[in-house]
Design a binder for this molecule. Structure first.
Ligand SMILES: Cc1cc2nc3c(=O)[nH]c(=O)nc-3n(C[C@H](O)[C@H](O)[C@H](O)COP(=O)(O)O)c2cc1C
Length: 373
């Protein structure tokens, strides 16, 4: 953790509503990265000085660590994320329609367990506004220098049997602006969304999105974009392997493991206890072991070639290293940034480089899936 964040940032968080604190941090990052002088300062403080190149989805990533979905739903601080040294950023969840999400409060911090509970409910500006603001941003500042991913959610009012049209519309609107698309059928905060994790639900969404993807690519004379699926941790290993197989057979280019959980650990502190009774998805430290186990299960069942993205409870280099050893090609975090602050990328990348040097491997690609038993 950065010294500034440990001494000033984290204590201040205790007195702020979680969602307000999140909004302020995002605005601060956007502001600080908008000025050349403060941008240079951010870079000096937080950008990793080491690169750990890894190629996936046709792109060269400078290292395997990126930002998970939900942190920057409306793509407000793109320059900031790149400046602080992330290798890729996932914006969203973006839904076809603009929506306000669930009533507040809807985000809660359990500081002793280093966990969050949220029931945001896909609050976002919607695919049209986000398309327009990304277009304006790219005109003014150019495209980001790192791959831009987008998480696709379903609008709350769209019935489940029309979900494919909702995902497809957002894909179409953002196709030329984003590099990788993640179909999120696993948020616990949109009623019945997880029912789309069935063969029928997934097949319908993936077929529809693949058709749109292929058609736009053909019309542009360019390659189709990678489409991934993000799933929930609340299922048996048999169900997980079944979903991964369905996704792979339907042409998904990889899988993101995992979204937040509806399970709760036993709280060790009264403050955490009051957070764990809140409805919603739990993220952070208590999710770490489960998401790593999911990565290992899918990597073992599916083999070495299909990319897995590991997310859940990553708050230091060892957590990221374990997910990569278990089979993740890339790793993401959300809660880790809340508890560790913006120095997290540098700590993780430098720590991964140290571990790589001390290992028998010569590249991060060799580490992927090297410890699946
Ligand atoms: C407040 C909040 C909002 C989130 N919103 C989304 C979302 O819109 N789409 C999504 O796929 N995941 C969303 N997530 C889940 C994260 O992307 C990630 O999968 C999960 O938090 C586990 O990672 P972590 O332990 O590093 O936080 C959200 C998480 C939090 C805490």
């Amino acid at each position: 953790m950065g010294v500034g964040y440990r001494w000033f940032g984290r204590p201040l968080l205790r007195f702020q509503d979680s969602e307000k604190a999140h909004g302020r941090s995002l605005s601060l990052l956007r502001f600080a990265s908008g000025n050349p002088l403060t941008r240079l300062f951010l870079k000096m403080l937080y950008k990793p000085r080491i690169s750990l190149p890894i190629k996936v989805f046709g792109h060269q990533y400078t290292h395997p660590f990126g930002l998970a979905a939900g942190m920057d739903k409306n793509a407000k601080a793109l320059i900031g994320w790149e400046t602080t040294g992330l290798a890729f950023v996932e914006i969203g969840g973006v839904t076809m329609l603009e929506q306000g999400g669930n009533p507040k409060p809807r985000m809660f911090r359990a500081p002793h367990a280093q966990a969050l509970v949220n029931r945001m409910g896909f609050n976002n500006d919607g695919s049209e506004k986000i398309r327009d603001s990304l277009t304006r941003h790219f005109k003014r500042h150019g495209r980001p220098g790192i791959p831009l991913w987008v998480n696709l959610g379903k609008s709350k009012i769209t019935p489940l049997d029309e979900a494919h049209l909702d995902y497809g519309a957002t894909l179409e609107r953002l196709w030329d602006l984003c590099d990788v698309f993640v179909i999120n059928v696993s948020s616990p905060n949109t009623p019945n969304l997880r029912e789309l994790q069935t063969d029928e639900g997934l097949n319908r969404i993936l077929h529809h999105c693949q058709t749109i993807n292929d058609n736009i690519a053909a019309a542009n004379g360019s390659k189709r974009k990678p489409l991934l699926v993000k799933v929930a941790p609340d299922m048996t290993d048999e169900q997980l392997v079944h979903i991964a197989n369905t996704a792979k057979q339907t042409g998904a280019d990889g899988i993101v493991l995992s979204n937040t959980t509806i399970e709760r650990p036993t709280p060790n502190h009264p403050r955490d206890k009051s957070v764990f009774v809140e409805q919603g998805g739990l993220s952070g430290m208590p999710l770490k072991e489960r998401s790593t186990a999911m990565i290992r299960t899918v990597r073992t069942a599916i083999g070495p070639d299909w990319p897995i993205i590991g997310v859940g409870g990553v708050s230091n280099a060892q957590d990221a290293w374990e997910k990569i050893e278990a089979g993740a090609t890339l790793v993401q975090a959300y809660s880790g940034f809340v508890f560790e602050g913006p120095a997290l990328s540098k700590q993780i990348v430098h720590g991964l480089a140290k571990r790589l040097k001390a290992s028998k491997h010569t590249s991060m690609a060799e580490v992927v899936g090297s410890k699946t038993t």
